[in-house]
Design a protein around this ligand. Structure first.
Ligand code: NAP
Length: 553
């Protein structure tokens, strides 16, 4: 029905741009395009704005980037007036911030909530997109912009018997809006990634008993979260412009961190221990900045792994449990480093049991529990901390058709292909914010979102000034970029892990390192250089059939 609506060319409304998603990317994109005088419609499947922070309401959810850095920098007034309460903002506060931004910049009037975009088709004769939504409407837009988020497609593995479970089930990335009360319950949590590691200590404090079903142990460092001292906030705000600039231009991941000019093996064992101790005391993902080569050199990385393993052994009283929690299968940091509050300590509680599901996987979910290793665990509730079909999952759910009716899913069957993570050849006027092939999930997301939104806005503005209608990545520029993304990734330890960065958590998903690892500063320079050279690698035309099909290259 959607296809026939599109084919009929009947559009209920016409916009300059349609944006999918009203998280941090969609909100800022709307603000910028409106500033250029474009008519814009944002479709958001959730019941309110906020994206990730709207959905991930699980107990203990908070950001692993410090509050003073995990916020927009585009408005001087906004960054001065907003006050964060904690070093790492909790989910409700970040959601309040997103809502504040939506209100402060009067964004809501162009956002349609509770509406999934089902399909989008590029019409070559008109050089416009038809966008079909779940409410049965089809609208027309010159630009189609995906602000769908990288970790927005929550995934529950296909466990046998799941539909027969009589208790309650939850996914961390799809948490109910009302308080879930685990008091008096036997709760099972499957997964030990960042989400589970944040929620396990809180659920353990509430449940009668918590069973943690662990397949792969993860490295985690303490957050040392605390209320944000007013003097720290004042100090940041007094130097905000400079610090923001440095995070954008000088850092690898969009987070202002001082990285020593030494590798781990340049120090003696004693000096290294002191350095790691300092990182552990400081807390957070900046632990990986203890040395400049932890993600480049295996032997150096192993020293950091060993330090964290020794901490686990120190904290967890039962040596068998400690052993089970120690990661050995991947270099530290090659999966997103987890940041916790009392995670390892939780395993000293009498009401917490760690269950190894690596040696015996989950055989089936039973009506009143689950079975693994021939043993049945009685459960009232099951929490799935089983992650997301990351980076491409939410895009793949939309039936996107570019030139000659080719679908994006067909084109990306062997893995995502983009030029700069911003556009994919054959899909003119379609932009992806923080798409695969850009630093994206390896960075402070708001820094990368702002950079992409600014770049897209400048590109649209450039085109309008010159009466250009269609912009499209060339296939050769895209091929070259994909090669570069893979080359940079293979010079690091990242591809060694079975991570969601590699698509390894989804059975059948192509194994390709999806984000660009060259660092946000270097990447920004590349993007700016491309724009300064007249959008090198992109073809801009005045539209219609005059546009050169990609296949003609
Ligand atoms: P995740 O890192 O993908 O972790 C999923 C967990 O579920 C893993 O332990 C995985 O085990 C397990 N799992 C998946 N399928 C399974 C199966 N069939 N059987 C048993 N276990 C299974 O997902 P996440 O924890 O939601 O985190 C995703 C990303 O979101 C993070 O890496 C981070 O970037 C972001 N995040 C950030 C924060 C923050 O800012 N503080 C908080 C939460 C999430 P295997 O490892 O064996 O596959």
């Amino acid at each position: 029905m959607i296809a026939s609506q599109q084919d009929s060319g009947v559009h209920s409304e016409t916009y300059d741009a349609v944006i999918v998603g009203a998280g941090f990317a969609g909100l800022y994109m709307l603000h910028r395009l409106r500033g250029l005088g474009l008519s814009v419609r944002v479709y958001e499947q959730g019941g309110d704005v906020g994206g990730t922070w709207y959905w991930n309401r699980y107990p203990g959810a908070r950001c692993d980037v410090e509050s003073m850095q995990y916020s927009y920098s585009f408005s001087e007034e906004l960054q001065r007036e907003w006050e964060w309460s904690e070093r790492y903002a909790p989910q409700p506060e970040i959601l309040r911030y997103a809502n504040h931004v939506a209100d402060r910049f009067d964004l809501r009037r162009d956002i349609q909530l509770g509406t999934r975009v089902e399909a989008a088709t590029f019409h070559e004769d008109e050089s416009r997109w038809s966008v079909a939504t779940q409410d049965g409407k089809t609208v027309s837009a010159a630009y189609f912009i995906l602000a769908t988020g990288c970790l927005s497609n929550a995934r529950i593995p296909d466990f046998k018997g799941l539909d027969r479970f009589r208790g309650a089930t939850y996914h961390t990335g799809h948490w109910p809006h009302e308080k879930v009360d685990f008091t008096g319950q036997r709760v099972g949590i499957i997964g030990t990634g960042s989400s589970a590691i944040q929620s396990i200590p809180i659920i353990a404090g509430e449940a009668l008993h918590l069973f943690v079903f662990q397949r792969t142990p993860n490295f985690s460092v303490p957050a040392h979260n605390a209320s944000l001292p007013p003097e720290i906030e004042r100090e940041w705000k007094a130097d905000y412009t400079n610090r923001r600039r440095r995070a954008r231009e000088e850092s690898r991941n969009g987070i202002l961190t001082v990285i020593p000019e030494r590798g781990a093996l340049d120090d003696t064992e004693e000096a290294r221990r002191l350095e790691y101790e300092a990182g552990w005391r400081r807390g957070g993902i900046s632990f990986m900045a203890s040395y400049n080569n932890l993600l480049l050199d295996q032997a150096s990385n192993e020293t950091a792994c060993e330090f964290v393993r020794s901490k686990i052994a120190e904290i967890v009283r039962d040596p068998a449990v400690a052993k089970l929690l120690e990661p050995h299968d991947h270099p530290i940091g090659s999966k997103r480093l987890c940041v916790d509050t009392g995670y390892y300590e939780t395993f000293n509680r009498p009401n917490v049991t760690l269950v190894d599901i690596r040696s015996h996987s989950i055989e089936e979910i039973l009506p009143d529990g689950l079975r693994t290793g021939g043993k049945d665990y009685q459960l009232d509730s099951i929490v799935f901390g089983t992650g997301f079909d990351a980076m491409t999952g939410s895009v793949a759910k939309i039936d996107i058709r570019g030139r000659a009716g080719t679908t994006l899913n067909q084109k990306w069957a062997e893995g995502p292909r983009t030029y700069l993570g911003l556009m994919s050849a054959g899909f003119p006027n379609m932009f992806i914010i923080t798409g695969p092939g850009s630093p994206s999930v390896l960075s402070n997301m708001i820094v990368s979102i702002e950079q992409h939104v600014d770049w897209i806005s400048d590109c649209v503005s450039y085109m309008r000034e010159r009466n250009l209608v269609v912009v499209e990545a060339t296939k050769s520029a895209e091929d070259h970029w994909v090669t570069q993304v893979n080359e940079v990734a293979s010079s690091t330890l990242y591809p060694q892990a079975n991570s969601w960065y590699m698509g390894a958590n989804i059975p059948g998903k192509p194994r390709i390192f999806m984000p660009y690892i060259g660092g946000v500063g270097a990447y920004r320079q590349i993007c700016n250089g491309v724009a300064a050279r007249g959008y090198e690698g992109f073809r801009m035309t005045s539209g219609g059939h005059g546009a050169i099909p990609v296949a003609a290259e």
